[in-house]
Design a protein around this ligand. Structure first.
Ligand code: NAD
Length: 261
């Protein structure tokens, strides 16, 4: 079993939602955190709330140099890097094509920007964060976990061709990374998993219109959104348990899984 006490977590998207909940959980368990986010003011507010054992990096995860600086900060400030939690993520929902109700003809398409923007943060950003952090973990002999965040949306949610595609990628990355690390003899040093939450009560979900939120909660057997703190402690449990690697672990309150039309 790994211990969180004195271990160092790099968390992107750390100024809000699940990332912030994880940072608070981690430091309460005696760990240290490097919090990264593009939202500067929210990031320093988060650091103030946490108090001790926190370093911050203003960072756009889609930028290579930013991710390198982030990984360096963990080693320079705390001497090690044990948990990589690349949780920065965005949504930009829309349909692939929209048809006019009267004519049946296409009257709108998802703009390329809406597709690319989500891929840049949710996919390229994760790739860069994980690559830079894994390099420092290997070179500094750090033991730990790369914990990606997928989603029940990885199974295919209408209106989210961009987001669902990135979250499906998060489901396959633990297998790829674990297989590669196995070949290099480091799979027991650095494990890789993904957690796949259902609907979590963070700004990403709570900013949806009330009508949409009510409909969402109506589909969750436990009758409520998942709390960000529940995802955070789940990540902690997976971190401690060294038998867990190479897979995706769902946390969704019983939500019926499958594609939703
Ligand atoms: N909330 C949910 O229901 C839910 C469900 C499944 C998965 N997730 C995933 O969990 C992760 C966190 O989601 P959340 O609900 O906490 O969202 P959130 O909106 O509360 O937080 C996301 C954070 O990422 C930051 N961010 C955005 N773009 C960035 C960039 N380019 N570089 C650095 N930081 C950036 C934002 O500033 C924000 O602080 C996301 O990857 C999301 O897809 C969320």
């Amino acid at each position: 079993m790994l211990e969180i006490k004195n271990s160092v977590a790099v968390i992107t998207g750390g100024a809000s939602g699940i990332g912030l909940a994880l940072a608070k959980y981690w430091t309460k368990q005696g760990g240290k955190v490097v919090l990264a986010d593009v939202a500067e003011a929210a990031l320093s507010k988060a650091a103030d709330e946490i108090g001790e054992n926190v370093a911050t990096v203003v960072c756009n995860v889609s930028q290579e140099q930013d991710c390198a600086r982030l990984a360096d900060t963990a080693i320079e400030n705390f001497g090690q890097l044990n948990l990589v939690a690349p949780f920065a993520g965005i949504i930009k929902d829309g349909l692939l094509i929209k048809t006019d109700k009267e004519t049946g003809k296409v009257n709108a398409k998802m703009p390329l920007d809406s597709f690319k923007m989500v891929l840049d943060v949710n996919l390229t950003g994760v790739f860069l964060t994980v690559r830079e952090c894994a390099e420092r973990m290997v070179n500094n002999n750090c033991k730990g976990l790369i914990c990606l965040v997928s989603s029940t949306g990885s199974l295919g949610t209408a209106g989210q061709i961009n987001y669902s595609s990135t979250k499906a990628a998060m489901s396959v990355m633990p297998k790829v990374i674990t297989a590669e690390f196995f070949r290099r003899g480091i799979a027991n040093q650095i494990r890789c998993v993904a957690v796949a939450p259902g609907y979590v009560g963070t700004p990403m979900v709570k900013n949806m219109p009330d009508k949409v939120l009510d409909k969402i909660v109506g589909q969750v057997p436990i009758g409520r959104l998942i709390e960000p703190e529940e995802v955070a402690s789940f990540v902690g449990d997976i971190y401690r348990n060294e038998a867990l690697t190479g897979d995706v672990f769902f946390i969704h309150g019983g939500l019926r899984l499958g594609s939703k039309g």
